[in-house]
Design a protein around this ligand. Sequence first.
Ligand SMILES: Cc1cc2nc3c(=O)[nH]c(=O)nc-3n(C[C@H](O)[C@H](O)[C@H](O)COP(=O)(O)OP(=O)(O)OC[C@H]3O[C@@H](n4cnc5c(N)ncnc54)[C@H](O)[C@@H]3O)c2cc1C
Length: 419
Amino acid sequence: MKKHPAVIVVGGGAAGILAALQARRQGASVRIVEKTDRLGTKILISGGGKCNVAHDGPLEDVIKAFRPNEARFIRPACYRLTNQQIIEMFTSRGLEVYTRPNGRVFPVHQTAKDVVAILEGYLEEAGVEIIRDCAVLEVISESNQIQGIRTAQGDMQTSHLVLSVGGSSYPKTGCTGDGWPWAKALGHQIVKVRAALAPVYLEMESADPRAGVSLRDVILKARIQGKEIARWSGDVLLTHRGLSGPCVLGITRIIAERFHEGPVTLEADLEPEKSFEVLSGEIQCWIQENPKKFILSVLNTNIPERIRENILEFAEIDNQPGRSLSKKLLNRLIENLKAFPLGTVRTVPLEKGEVVAGGVSLDEVDPQTMRSKICRGLYLCGEILDIAGPVGGYNLQAAFATGFVAGETAGQDALLDRS
Ligand SMILES: Cc1cc2nc3c(=O)[nH]c(=O)nc-3n(C[C@H](O)[C@H](O)[C@H](O)COP(=O)(O)OP(=O)(O)OC[C@H]3O[C@@H](n4cnc5c(N)ncnc54)[C@H](O)[C@@H]3O)c2cc1C
């Protein structure tokens, strides 16, 4: 019969791997118990299989990309495992990386598989025991002290348990929100779990024939009863069911939070660099110089043709020579360029999000140690916590850093208890 490990880490994703490694480095015996047959299932699909492994630049900027309460919580952990240290953790094992102008760090040739292989290499060298294909079913505690876990392969005893089972998006990766009922049963508050960094499905009668069309460098605005509730800059991709792309992922957390207030409509400013007046002046100038040219050709050719046709259609303007365009029609044309209607949100599918917002309340976890303030011997890290950063390598930063600290504390506590 196997000896009981000093520390058990439930969930072998980004946070769990770092926790196990760091606990082992303290000298504690460590076991990862992972539900699926692989470690890092979410890392493998991250960044479209490329893995945006970190965000470069000043650490404070990385931290401030999170909401203020989340930033306050992750700050100590991020200073313990900085973005530069994360990058070095991979580059020192041969991963070549490059940084995009927007700060996102990706492997040059390799894929997310190489990122996971490097992490597995660290675990093997450190001597972390890994049990795959073993779902944890329950956490066992007595008088607010962790005793162990109940798994599909029987009970396992430990007094130091790191919970790093992630969130509940992409359930096929093994992440089905298992950790929240356990944390709740141990006395933790769970902040309502909502979609974040997800696509949007729109109200529509049939699949959008424009699927695949991209709107580049626009400002996407969300409104409820005409009042703007959120905006985000970037690219929008039209899909069969609605919208996706970085800009859409950026705005969905707020939409999911405000959805109950009323129908949310979306529109895109297709010419965000130019004011209404500047656009009006430019178009009038163009018409004067090209009076016989048709109005469709005046529109910025960076805007896809299908969308330019929509603009005329929505503004109820025939594609006519520019000289015949009245002032009233010109204004309608510009109104549609500055607020191109995209539709009404039907839903934000939580399961399709890169992360979920909500989870174990940050008030009940010590940010310096990741110890639960409620239950002795419990450490929480990664997406199980109420943290959701934007797209750009921020979420792996939060998972790696909080995992690092949780593991270090659990390992040290375990050794102290034994001495
Ligand atoms: C499509 C997609 C793309 C992404 N791209 C990026 C990106 O490029 N950059 C970035 O920074 N972030 C990205 N993210 C987000 C990032 O992957 C997550 O924030 C991060 O993986 C969370 O780490 P975690 O360790 O907390 O949870 P996870 O990585 O989700 O790991 C949790 C682990 O726990 C296991 N588990 C769950 N329940 C149990 C149980 N009952 N028993 C045992 N084990 C269990 C799961 O199988 C899983 O292996 C992306 C996410 C998705 C879905």
